[in-house]
Design a binder for this molecule. Structure first.
Ligand SMILES: [Zn+2]
Length: 295
């Protein structure tokens, strides 16, 4: 049912990438600016990321030898530098998620470029290498984002619900891969009910939430697709939710035929296939429209 799945390494049925957006309280500062210090409840909620959830999740994934792609804003790296140690190594990847978690679509090109450069510099200082990938804060891409990513040497974006397998995005100045995320795997939709964060969902039992994630995985496994989890430590790193993730990993490992990889490894793989002529990705030119269709 998937038209054009790439061949996965080792004959795997599907690729699985666990990714977390380590926003910490950058989102509170980005949203409230001068008023942010008085947002005690929201700040405390998001500081759960570095102080409680990261060590728990990093340990759980390392125990199972499953790599994780951590999308971390530059400001979070600066502010919580000692807490970053647990997510470095163990085959993990650190990828770009803005600097202050700014909305790219609300920034001038020069400011978006500045945030991109600041985030790259922080990741280079943290890991010794520039990031390979990017996820737009709030999925809020601008008309300039893909051009800027290509100029900055970023190999992939992972922000769009565009397909079930990687696709090639062509810009005016080059190309990059989109590693699309399934539309139903964001944990905010399952678990977050917070007036302080202005997000009021009905909270799902972890087994119910995991049933949604697992159904996506089962379908993509059947069809040769790519499953990407888009989660947040302060949401999915709480005790019951983290246990549900551990059960999901156990389920995937027991089912077999899964290539557990970072998004960076998946990007490298599909670039290699494409360059060697072994697979031809669906291609889109971005942005899709420069001018309004209707006026
Ligand atoms: Zn985020």
């Amino acid at each position: 049912m998937i038209a054009n799945p790439p061949p996965w390494p080792g004959g795997a049925r599907c690729a699985v990438a666990f990714s977390f957006d380590v926003d910490a309280d950058s989102v509170v500062h980005a949203a409230h600016r001068a008023e942010a210090p008085a947002q005690i409840h929201a700040l405390a909620h998001m500081r759960y990321d570095p102080f409680v959830a990261l060590p728990r999740l990093a340990g759980m994934f390392a125990e199972r030898q499953v790599p994780v792609t951590w999308f971390v804003p530059g400001w979070v790296i600066d502010t919580y530098r000692p807490q970053m140690d647990v997510i470095i190594g163990n085959g993990n990847e650190i990828a770009h998620h803005g600097h202050f978690h700014e909305w790219p679509s609300q920034q001038e090109r020069i400011d978006e470029q500045g945030a991109l450069e600041a985030g790259i510099e922080r990741i280079r200082a943290l890991t010794g290498a520039p990031p390979r990938g990017y996820r737009a804060p709030y999925y809020g891409l601008s008309l300039n984002t893909f051009d800027l990513l290509v100029e900055a040497g970023i190999a992939y974006d992972s922000s769009l619900f565009a397909d079930d397998v990687p696709i090639l995005l062509k810009t005016g100045n080059g190309s990059l891969f989109e590693l699309p995320v399934p539309a139903s795997v964001d944990d905010y939709n399952q678990y977050v009910s917070s007036r302080a964060l202005d997000h009021l969902m009905t909270i799902s039992p972890p087994d119910t939430a995991t049933a949604v994630f697992r159904a996506e995985f089962d379908a993509l496994w059947e069809d040769g697709g790519m499953w990407v989890g888009v989660w947040h430590p302060a949401v999915s790193g709480r005790p019951a939710q983290a246990r549900a993730i551990a059960k999901l990993i156990d389920y995937m490992q027991a089912k077999g035929g899964v290539w557990f990889a970072t998004l960076g490894q998946i990007a490298d793989h599909v670039w290699r296939l494409t360059d060697a002529g072994l697979w031809t990705p669906r291609a889109e030119t971005v942005p899709f429209y420069r001018d309004p269709v209707l006026r």
